[in-house]
Every structure is written in C-alpha cells, then in structure tokens.
Design a protein around this ligand. Structure first.
Ligand SMILES: Nc1nc2c(c(=O)[nH]1)N[C@H]1C(S)=C(S)[C@@H](COP(=O)(O)O)O[C@H]1N2
Ligand SMILES: [Mo]
Length: 339
C-alpha cells in the first residue's frame, strides 16, 4: 500500500468515523427524545388520578392530539376543502360487516343512549330485535356455518371446545337480528348492545329532517392512498343536537360508538371528533346515492380520521361513557387514528 492509498484509506476511515459519530449523536438524540416522551407518557398515565389511572392519562393524550390538530389546521381545526374539479373517480376498500346485500327498505338506524327515549314516537323497547333484511346471496341466511373460532384460540391440538364467548355470540345472533357477528378477524365487539336495550329506531325520512350538507375533502386510507371526494349527508353533530345524549353523573358521556347491522365492523369516537363540523353521516358520494359497496344507505365520513374510522353501512349509533371497542384497534392500529 503506498502513501497515497493509505491517505485515502485513512481519509475514508476518518470520514467514516466522523459520520458514524454524527450518526451516533443523532440516534442518541432521537433515542433520548423518544425515551423522554415515553417516560412522559408513562409518568402521566401512572400519576393521573381521575377516573382510573390509565383512562386519565389516555384522555390527556387524546386532548393533546386534538390540540395538535388545531395547531395544524388553524383555530377551528378544519380540514381543507376542494373545488369539484378535483374530485376523483371513486375506488372502494373494505367490506367487513357488509357480507350480504342489505335491503335498504329494511334499514333503520338504532340510536341508543339518548335522553328520555320513551317520550319519542321512535322509541323501541329493544332496538336489537330489529330485523334487517338481506337480499338473496350464496350465503345461508341463518347462522353462518363457517363461523370461525377467534384466531388467538386456534391452533391447539384436538377438537376445539366452544368458548363461552362463542356460545354467547351464537345465542345473541339468534335472539337479535345480528348475523355473522364476530366472524371477521377482530372478533365480536365488547361494545355491542345487550339484548333488550331500549332506544330509538330512525328511518331515513327521520334523518332527512336534519339540514343537508355537502363537503369536498380528502379521504385517506392508512394503506397509503388518498382521494378527494364529494360527500353529502347530515352532520353527526346535528343528529346529536336533535337527539341529545342522556347525561351520565350530570355530564355528557364521552364517546360515540357505531357498528354495522350485523355487528361485525365497529368503531368508537370521542365527542370532539363526533361533534366536528366536518363529521358527516353520508348518504351520497360524487353526487349520487351511496352505493352498496360504499356503505348504503348510511356511512360516516370525517376528514380528521383515517379511512378505517369511517364506517360504512351504519346500523347502530350509541352514546357511551365507556371507551368503545374498535375493530382495527384490536388488530394493532391506533384508536384515535387522527390526521
Ligand atoms: N363496514 C365497513 N366499513 C369500513 C370498512 C370495512 O371493512 N367495513 N373499511 C374501512 C376502511 S379501512 C376504509 S379505507 C374505508 C374505505 O371506504 P371506501 O370503500 O369508500 O373507499 O372504509 C372504512 N369503513
Ligand atoms: Mo383503510
């Protein structure tokens, strides 16, 4: 090796050393910040005193996210809107809870947790008894024979004993109009209604009393695609004003829960997201009535959340003070799913 080569080598070595020192310093910094944030989060959760230690800490993080959203989108925390010329050709994604074609005439919105439901002409003693009708399909209309054991229980040797949860679900399916509940990957929702839950049953004409709103916003799927879409429907906050929640301990419940008529897909929202002026109960997309695959007759759109929070084919809306179950959270995604 000559002088020159050695210089190059040493030069390289020195450069590599400098670069790696920089990298180390940077990763230390990043690591330090992450550790501090992690510690902060842990500390907040561990030291929050209100309503159970975990809940209080999580509550703060959700509020923090909302503050970030406001900072990003300005005072009112509104997502940007677009001119009609930018609206894209529709694509479709996700059909959990939409196995068989729903007969739209048989659709009702179960609304649970409202104040004084008995006084409403729409009152039903048991909203879970509502029978949604499905168009003929190649699937049998009784209990799905391909009823699956929840994934975490699969794989043990020998014939699988039916779990208590499975038994309960089958019974609940027979008694309430829900079919196929819990057959999708995440299993049954722990926020599903008990049989005998009173509430309101709204037809589309009842929803049509709310002001109709149109919106052109960006729709984002966490899988990495997005579209500018035109939506029309009713603000969720307007529905909530017409049918206000029953107070819990003198204050409003904290969450809104929604699920498909079969109970297979389900999503939870905090009140801020539910009352967001751009959170819409959608009946039309691209200027036409909602199609089957986009969730006819009613779906949710909210530009402040990822697509997986925008449930299609809504059967139930319930006010609740317990943080609702959420389909994709069970499979490892974020409950908040904020954008
Ligand atoms: N009932 C139901 N709603 C759903 C889903 C689903 O599988 N079932 N998928 C969600 C996901 S992940 C996305 S990205 C959007 C897709 O909406 P689109 O079909 O209008 O594109 O619906 C959301 N709502
Ligand atoms: Mo998605």
């Amino acid at each position: 090796m000559d002088e020159n080569e050695r210089a190059v080598m040493e030069g390289d070595a020195a450069q590599v050393k400098r670069a790696s020192a920089r990298r180390t310093r940077r990763s230390f910094l990043v690591g330090g910040v992450a550790a501090a944030a992690g510690y902060g989060a842990w500390y907040a959760i561990d030291n929050s005193k209100d309503s159970g230690r975990l809940q209080g800490g999580l509550r703060k993080m959700i509020d923090f996210d909302a503050a970030v959203n406001r900072a990003v989108w300005g005072e009112r925390g509104m997502a940007p809107t677009y001119p009609p010329s930018e609206v894209a050709e529709l694509r479709t994604n996700g059909t959990i809870g939409m196995d068989d074609p729903l007969k739209v005439d048989s659709w009702r919105l179960q609304l649970v947790g409202t104040a004084d439901p008995e006084r409403s002409p729409l009152f039903a003693k048991d909203v879970t008894a509502w029978q949604y009708e499905y168009a003929a399909s190649d699937k049998p209309s009784e209990l799905a024979p391909d009823y699956k054991t929840p994934p975490k229980e699969a794989g043990r040797g020998g014939p699988q004993a039916e779990s208590l949860a499975d038994k309960f679900n089958k019974m609940a399916q027979k008694l309430s109009g829900k079919r196929n509940q819990g057959t999708a990957e995440a299993g049954a929702s722990y926020s599903s209604l008990n049989i005998g839950t009173p509430g309101l049953l709204l037809a589309m004409e009842d929803l049509a009393k709310l002001p109709k709103v149109e919106l052109i916003t960006q729709f984002k799927c966490i899988e990495g695609w997005s579209q500018i879409r035109q939506w029309a429907g009713y603000r969720l906050r307007d529905l909530m004003e017409m049918y206000p929640p029953q107070k819990v301990n003198g204050r409003e419940p904290r969450y809104v829960y929604m699920e498909t008529p079969d109970g297979d897909y389900y999503v939870g929202y905090d009140m801020k997201a539910a009352r967001h002026p751009q959170s819409l109960l959608v009946t039309e997309m691209s200027g036409a009535p909602l199609t089957e695959s986009h969730g006819a007759p009613l779906r949710l759109h909210t530009p402040i959340k990822y697509g997986y929070k925008q449930i299609k084919r809504i059967g139930l809306i319930a006010y609740t003070d317990l943080r609702p179950d959420d389909y994709w959270e069970k499979l490892g995604y974020d409950w908040y799913a904020g954008l």
